[in-house]
Design a protein around this ligand. Structure first.
Ligand SMILES: NC(=O)c1ccc[n+]([C@@H]2O[C@H](COP(=O)([O-])OP(=O)(O)OC[C@H]3O[C@@H](n4cnc5c(N)ncnc54)[C@H](OP(=O)(O)O)[C@@H]3O)[C@@H](O)[C@H]2O)c1
Length: 300
């Protein structure tokens, strides 16, 4: 069984390759510039050369603010690319696992969003991801779409790494405290995807469809930042003394963010046996990797 990973150099892509290796699953990865999901020919030749038994699309245009001024690229990567990929998977009868986002919701809810709750993205990034979901659903039945949120890892750019950098440089930080969500460790998501892939081939009628996967528990960006600093202090001195909670209106960004981004993840646990972990526990593990296994990560 071979897994093809698109977007293999991103946070999730790198964790997927690691998880597959640990489980003894063969994996081949592709990313820019060699394989561009917006160019059908390059994706087709990658898939033809790998001859995978399952495809995971972890490639995405993830710059939420930049998407507002570059909708063309956002839609090409997040909607048109996944549509073409789904058609290709359909031609070859390959299961497709695609990653989406909590930003398909407007965050005006007050209880965790379920998979079939109405979507209403607030910005270009969310709209492009939502269109990608729709295209996949209409092109190819053998798909699993996993919406996740607040993703972080030891790799690439993310909130945890930004906080570590700023915490070394500044005495005082102002962090948004009125957006609620569930930090998600990319390694936990990668392990869940590998579990799904292992189960797929044993199940003659897998429950295809849309799922939610995040860390367990709810916090704000402010709560997340404080937890990062509390744990990071065990490994290195930090300059930051005060983390001041601020409302979103004090931190204006080109793209609006959902205020309440909590996803109900019971379906993926029930139907795929996916393991969700408390976000604080996964954060501790990630910081340990960053500080104690620097050769295996990007560092700070
Ligand atoms: N990060 C989050 O907080 C978050 C939250 C919810 C959902 N998600 C979703 O989770 C998934 C994984 O996110 P992530 O954080 O791992 O993203 P990431 O670190 O930004 O990785 C995405 C990868 O895709 C690559 N890519 C971009 N355009 C491409 C193209 N045209 N063809 C091929 N590859 C391309 C990127 O390359 P470059 O770096 O060179 O552009 C990068 O290596 C995405 O679907 C994302 O929408 C993320």
């Amino acid at each position: 069984m071979t897994l093809a990973i698109l977007g293999c150099n991103g946070q999730l892509g790198r964790e997927l390759a690691l998880s597959a290796r640990i489980k003894g699953l063969a994996a081949a990865g592709a990313d820019l510039p060699e394989v561009d999901i917006t160019e059908a020919a390059s994706v087709r030749s990658f898939i033809a050369s790998v001859r995978p038994s399952v495809v995971v699309n972890a490639a995405a245009y993830t710059q939420v603010d930049q998407a507002e001024s570059d909708p063309q690229t956002a839609f090409a990567v997040n909607a048109k690319g996944p549509e073409r990929l789904a058609r290709l998977c359909a031609q070859r009868r390959l299961p497709l696992i695609h990653i989406s986002t909590d930003y398909v919701f407007d965050g005006k809810g007050e209880k965790p969003y379920r998979e079939d709750d109405p979507v209403n993205p607030l910005g270009v990034y969310g709209r492009s991801k939502e269109e990608g979901e729709q295209k996949i659903r209409s092109c190819w039945g053998m798909h699993i779409i996993i919406r996740t949120a607040w993703l972080y890892s030891p790799f690439g750019q993310n909130f945890v790494k930004t906080m570590l950098r700023l915490g070394k440089e500044r005495k005082e930080l102002r962090v948004v405290a009125d957006q609620y969500g569930s930090p998600t460790c990319a390694a936990d998501l990668a392990r869940a995807i590998v579990t799904i892939i292992e189960t797929l081939h044993r199940n003659p009628a897998p429950p295809w469809g849309t799922y939610h996967f995040t860390g367990l528990g709810i916090t704000t960006w402010h709560g997340f930042a404080k937890a990062v600093f509390a744990e990071a202090r065990r490994y290195m001195p930090l300059k930051v003394m005060e983390v001041i909670p601020v409302p979103t209106r004090e931190y204006p960004t080109p793209a609006l963010r959902p205020g309440y981004s909590v996803l109900d993840c019971t379906r993926i646990q029930r139907l795929w046996n996916a393991t969700l972990r408390p976000w604080e526990e996964s954060l501790k593990e990630t910081l340990h990797r960053i500080f104690k296994e620097p050769g295996e990560t990007d560092g700070i």
